[in-house]
Design a binder for this molecule. Structure first.
Ligand code: OSB
Ligand code: MG
Length: 368
């Protein structure tokens, strides 16, 4: 196929409540909606999940716009695409910038699935009619964490992830676990620890956590292996895994028992599938991570999470967990801890253009 037009729309929406981690607070979310059109006028959609500032990865909305405008869109206009995997190969001439690449790559996957007239989940090899949901509690106040957990549990969520750091960890986890003895509970540290904190981390072994996510620094792939040997709780890597090679190294070293796969962090669905495959082959459990995203990225996540290896609940929540009104129609809903895999072609949701218009702060159109 030939991509004839690409539209970039930067949107901005406030979160219903601030998302607080030891790295800072997110109160409003920007994202880039990427709309691509092929020679037959079929449109596909992607969402670039970079944040406005580089607190989680080095990318930002502005670096992603630069990459898209000056490199990725020109590559897409210049080259015919026989299959979605070609996009990843074409983008290899550009180093890193995975979220910018993923935004474009996922839009092209959507076009291909629509051309085939099948749901994206099925097109990428998904097998699940519903995916396992999970919600994140990101606050610095235990009372608030307990209240949010209560609400989420009453909405049907069966897995809760709580953000921790060395200052609040034991109190938070003990507090939540004693109030909710049977809930599937996990913690995400976003690299708040070093191996010097090993006793604090080992103390969390008492609470039957599903896993602890990214306790150590991004590049501490060796130290994570040291830590995993001394802890019963499975370690999950998030930030440390940005490509297939990272996944291979972590598996070889024994740095984790679980991997969080995020489409944006690894440069798109093709790479996400490859990481899924090497994990399945090595008995590493995988789940789909979240980025406080809008509906387009959520829809891509649902497709990814329908692959056979996604046996653990992901950070896949309903649209109304963060937003009053999402940019897709219908909004995503969680029922009894699960989200139904959509049955219509491509992403399986329609784009809520009225909502996008309300929250647009920049719109640019590029033609081949
Ligand atoms: O570390 O998993 C993370 C959100 C933004 C950046 C990093 C992370 C997160 C989450 C997922 O924890 C939140 C969500 O999308 O529900
Ligand atoms: Mg994480």
């Amino acid at each position: 196929i030939h991509i004839k037009q690409v539209n970039l729309t930067v949107i901005e929406m406030p979160l219903k409540k601030p998302f607080i981690t030891h790295l800072g607070t997110v109160s409003t979310r920007q994202a880039i909606v990427i709309e691509v059109m092929d020679e037959d006028g079929l449109c596909g959609y992607g969402e670039c999940v970079a944040f406005s500032s580089p607190w989680y990865t080095e990318e930002t909305i502005k670096t992603a716009l630069h990459m898209l405008k000056d490199y990725l869109i020109p590559i897409i206009f210049k080259n015919p695409i026989k299959q979605p995997e070609d996009v990843t190969a074409l983008f290899q001439s550009i180093r890193k910038n995975e979220m910018a690449k993923a935004g474009m790559e996922t839009a092209i996957w959507d076009v291909f699935a629509k051309r085939e007239n099948i749901p994206l989940a099925e097109y990428i090899g998904g097998v699940r009619t519903s995916v396992l949901a999970g919600a994140v509690v990101a606050t610095n106040n235990l009372e608030d964490a307990l209240k949010q957990t209560e609400q989420l549990s009453s909405q049907g969520y069966k897995r809760i992830k709580v953000k921790i750091n060395p200052k609040n960890d034991y109190q938070f986890i003990q507090g939540i676990r004693s109030r909710f003895p049977h809930i599937s509970l996990m913690a995400d540290a976003n690299s708040a620890y070093t191996l010097n904190d090993i006793d604090k981390l080992k103390a969390l072994d008492d609470f039957d956590l599903l896993m602890i996510e990214q306790p150590l620094a991004v590049n501490d792939i060796v130290d994570h292996a040291v830590l995993q040997k001394q802890m019963n709780t499975p370690i999950c890597l998030d930030e440390s895994i940005t490509n297939y090679h990272d996944a291979y190294s972590a598996i070889q070293l024994g740095s984790c028992k679980v991997m969080n796969i995020k489409v944006g962090r690894v440069g798109g669905l093709t790479n996400a599938k490859k990481i899924h495959d090497i994990c399945v082959a090595n008995n590493i459990d995988v789940w789909c991570g979240g980025m406080i995203e809008f509906g387009i990225s959520r829809a891509h996540n649902i497709a990814l999470a329908s692959l056979p290896g996604f046996t653990l609940p992901g950070d896949l929540s309903s649209s109304n967990h963060y937003w009053h009104e999402d940019i897709i129609d219908p909004m995503i809903e969680v029922h009894n801890g699960e989200i139904a895999t959509p049955k219509s072609p491509g992403l399986g949701f329609s784009i809520n253009k009225k909502r996008i218009n309300q929250v647009t702060i920049l719109h640019e159109e590029y033609k081949a």
